[in-house]
Ligand binder design. Structure first.
Ligand code: MN3
Length: 201
């Protein structure tokens, strides 16, 4: 089995103006596609071809850097597309209650998440994860993610994530990563985040 580029669950224009169509098209059809191609090349003829991307991430220390970088890239982008939407939605009552209890409420959560996203030096991701039944905010460098056994300071089941690589925002926002991080909240698919949260408990 080889990995495939998933279809986006919406049009490239769906997240305008917060995420522009040109960026979405290049991000999906070029960047994500390259991670898939390079991952398939890196695992060709190995037992990893029989595994899911989640299983590969969980034991990533067994693999060469090309699998860590491109397997992480494939998992992270496949995840990212699902938690975005051009259709407004709200967190479920259960997720909202957990954000209040674990993170001090929605405003404090967004502030903490945006701080994680804007202060991640270079390229990486900000995450909202569930670990031992509790929500937490953290970030990873490059294409690492909270499933990976090599990650020690940001573990758990991801329920929301934000790509802060320049390729995710530079065409529209140039160097203004904070503006991109603020705009992100307009296109969060809270229905999907809530579903992932409840599945992770
Ligand atoms: Mn990206």
């Amino acid at each position: 089995m080889s990995f495939e580029l998933p279809k986006l669950p919406y049009e490239y224009t769906a997240l305008e103006p917060h995420m522009d169509a040109r960026t979405m098209e290049i991000h999906h059809s070029k960047h994500h596609n390259a991670y898939v191609t390079n991952l398939n090349n890196a695992i060709a003829g190995t037992d990893a071809e029989k595994l899911t991307i989640e299983e590969i991430c969980k034991h990533i220390s067994k693999y060469p850097a090309a699998v860590r970088n491109n397997g992480g890239g494939h998992y992270n982008h496949s995840f990212f597309w699902t938690i975005l939407s051009g259709t407004p939605s709200s967190p479920s009552a259960k997720l909202e209650a957990a954000i209040n209890a674990d993170l001090g409420g929605m405003d404090k959560f967004k502030e903490e998440f945006n701080k994680a996203a804007t202060t991640r030096f270079g390229s990486g991701w900000a995450w909202l994860c569930v670990e031992n039944g509790k929500l937490k905010v953290c970030s990873t460098p490059n294409q690492d993610n909270p499933l990976m056994d090599v990650v020690t300071d940001c573990n758990g089941t991801p329920v929301l994530g934000l790509d802060v690589w320049e390729h995710a925002y530079y065409l529209h926002y140039q160097n203004r990563r904070p503006d991109y991080c603020t705009a992100f909240w307009n296109v969060v698919n809270w229905a999907e985040v809530s579903r992932r949260f409840e599945a992770a408990l």
